[in-house]
Design a protein around this ligand. Structure first.
Ligand SMILES: [Zn+2]
Length: 402
């Protein structure tokens, strides 16, 4: 499905992946109790190069763990955890009967010369490149947004059983979008002599190390611009693809495995060693993104009232703006407005809730202010920044891409 890509630029420029929400750094990491439940046994019919995206186990983890982020008002979803786990890979199984399904699971994002500015309108992309090319290189972000829209429509008309099925699919596509090799031209290491890495990473490794994957719950925020939001995490995923390829080389050299025949346990152990951090970040990111989108769909369907969307009755003059530029590397500016003078605290948290920096803790006057945040030394990913003044608090997301 691939053509060697010309030069790539990784400077990106997307406006706010999501509007304001209300998130605080968590002082303690809370882990969801109990281990993963194993998915029902299903024998994969198609092996090898048919990319299942995280394998069944990975999709199971993402679909079920994302439920831990949802508010009590969405208990109907939470109560259907078994369903979401069992149907996390339905979208993959459809590939064998529906030829239009496969392109929905990936995007050779770096095949496109200006991939940071891909159009939200699939028709426009097709007008530019033609259907065969667009299909060959995958339509993951557009299918994700389309699935979101279908979910909103089903929830609106009260078709709850249908909505659950669509929501499980949405989880699948969000999961695929957080697997770096689903978002890169070199999707199976075929350009670099790393053939087979796709399934070694997402299935062989994840099946062995599933019990080591934990995510922290993060309250969902409303996503206004779905396409920009999806593209933002796809760009992060893409930026990690080379690390997975390097880890394959490292694992081969440590285990002395030449890449053919049975995969030795030493190879898988070293692949996990070298990709553990990025894999956990992507799993965490997938559960956050999925919960954000499920939550937003409920809001858009009118099932959650506006009061839950914003942090509450904040005075209009107290406001935190989207950082600029966003995504950024390595620094960005955060501006905000205070309604009254007082002590102000601005903190930055990682996606797992761990505090990364206290950018500001000072008494300031009312009006507009701006601070610069330098992400040097941090890894690529989603971060939250939170402005607090007295009982008022507002959070936003930003995206660091190295
Ligand atoms: Zn898939």
């Amino acid at each position: 499905m691939n053509v060697v890509n010309p030069s790539l630029t990784r400077k990106v420029h997307i406006d706010s992946p999501s509007p304001a929400g209300y998130i605080k750094c968590m002082s303690n990491r809370t882990r969801t109790p109990s281990g993963w439940k194993l998915p029902p046994v299903v024998i994969p019919v198609l092996a090898a190069l048919v990319a299942l995206g995280w394998g069944q186990m990975g999709h199971f983890i993402i679909n079920t763990k994302a439920l831990g982020n949802l508010p009590a008002s969405m208990s109907r979803f939470v109560d259907s955890a078994a369903y979401f786990g069992q149907h996390a890979s339905d979208a993959d199984y459809r590939k064998s009967s529906d030829p239009s399904e496969a392109p929905k699971h990936f995007l050779d994002i770096d095949w496109y010369p200006a991939f940071q500015n891909l159009t939200p309108k699939l028709d426009s992309l097709i007008a530019l490149y033609g259907t065969p090319t667009v299909t060959t290189h995958g339509i993951l972000p557009w299918s994700t947004v389309q699935t979101y829209d279908s979910l909103v429509a089903a929830l609106r008309r009260g078709a709850y059983v249908r909505a659950e099925s669509i929501a499980a699919d949405l989880g699948h596509y969000v999961g695929d979008g957080h697997q770096p090799l689903h978002v890169a031209v070199n999707y199976d290491g075929q350009l670099t002599g790393n053939n087979g890495i796709h399934s070694r990473y997402e299935t062989t490794m994840i099946n062995v190390y599933a019990s080591k994957i934990s995510v922290s719950p993060v309250p969902p925020v409303y996503v206004g611009n779905r396409f920009a939001y999806v593209m933002a995490y796809l760009l992060v995923s893409n930026s990690l693809a080379d690390s997975v390829i390097r880890a394959d080389n490292g694992a081969k050299s440590v285990s002395l495995w030449n890449g053919s025949g049975t995969i030795p346990a030493a190879y898988t152990a070293e692949l996990w060693n070298e990709t553990r951090a990025l894999t956990l970040r992507e799993m965490q990111g997938a559960t956050v993104a999925l919960a954000d989108l499920w939550y937003s769909a409920w809001v858009d369907a009118g099932l959650i009232t506006g009061a839950s969307v914003s942090a509450g009755a904040l005075p209009a003059a107290f406001s935190l703006r989207q950082n600029y530029p966003n995504p950024f590397n390595p620094s960005t500016r955060i501006s905000y407005r205070l309604a009254a003078p007082g002590r102000v605290i601005l903190t930055v948290c990682a996606v797992n809730g761990a505090k990364v920096s206290t950018l500001l803790d000072a008494v300031q006057g009312e009006g507009a202010h701006e601070v610069r945040f330098d992400g040097s030394g941090l890894s690529s990913g989603v971060y939250f920044y939170t402005l607090q003044q007295g009982s008022r608090s507002e959070s936003r997301k930003m995206l660091l891409i190295r």
